[in-house]
Design a protein around this ligand. Structure first.
Ligand code: DX5
Ligand code: ZN
Length: 214
């Protein structure tokens, strides 16, 4: 069962309430909200205020992708604002293990994200306690970038690790996902597909429909 997570980075903010209604009528189960600080990634966008406003409009799961240095300074505000899944990049904090435990204490799901340049071995010890592993399929920071096909073996590696260790996390991919690259990711082991420009640049309903059936 594929979970589709439209990325609001590519939404038309002046039409957001209409676009949210369209997404709610589609098979999408998550809304992906990118939070960027202009330090870890060279771009700045949504924060906890936006998460709170989206939360007030929808019951969809808010899948928050936190691309900031020192995520412990923003994760709790995003959680309080109504984020459901809090995924951060482990190299941005000194205490990733503790942060995952603290997210769980709030009753939220915790994820870790692997930048394309980061192998999973450095953070393997976190995998037994996370709810989601995000394999980035572009360098984080911008929508509309080209899918990096060389990430497919990493997805398969994460899936293999999960089977060997009897772990239970979801495997999410983010960056350059469309029907074709999404299929490749699903074949490699991903079950959560984030898509921004593909969903909002084409028919929202039909592109979500296509991704959900991969
Ligand atoms: C990029 C973000 C993505 C972005 C994906 O750093 O994490 O969520 O919205 O956009 P597309 O699907 O256009 O590559
Ligand atoms: Zn993202």
């Amino acid at each position: 069962m594929i979970i589709v997570a439209p990325s609001l980075l590519s939404a038309d903010l002046f039409k957001l309430s209409d676009q949210l209604k369209t997404i709610e009528a589609s098979p999408a189960a998550y809304l992906h909200v990118d939070i960027m600080d202009g330090h870890y990634v060279p771009n700045i966008n949504f924060g906890d205020k936006f998460v709170r406003e989206v939360r007030a409009q929808t019951d969809l799961t808010l899948d928050c992708h936190i691309m900031v240095e020192n995520p412990e300074q923003v994760v709790f505000d995003v959680a309080k604002a109504g984020g459901d899944i809090l995924t951060f990049h482990p190299e941005t904090t000194r205490h990733a293990y503790r942060l995952i435990e603290e997210i769980h204490k709030l009753g939220k799901k915790a994820g870790i994200a692997f930048d394309p340049a980061l192998g999973i071995s450095a953070y393997e010890d976190l995998l037994p306690i996370v709810d989601q592993v995000l394999v980035m399929t572009v360098s984080p920071g911008f929508g509309g970038q080209q899918f990096i096909e060389a990430m497919l073996p990493k997805i398969a590696e994460v899936k293999k690790w999960r089977a060997e260790k009897h772990a239970h996390f979801d495997i999410e991919v983010d960056g350059g996902i469309n029907a074709q690259t999404g299929r490749q990711c699903v074949n490699s082991g991903a079950n959560v597909l984030v898509a921004g420009s593909y969903v909002f640049g084409n028919g929202i309903q039909e592109s979500i429909q296509k991704l959900s059936q991969l």
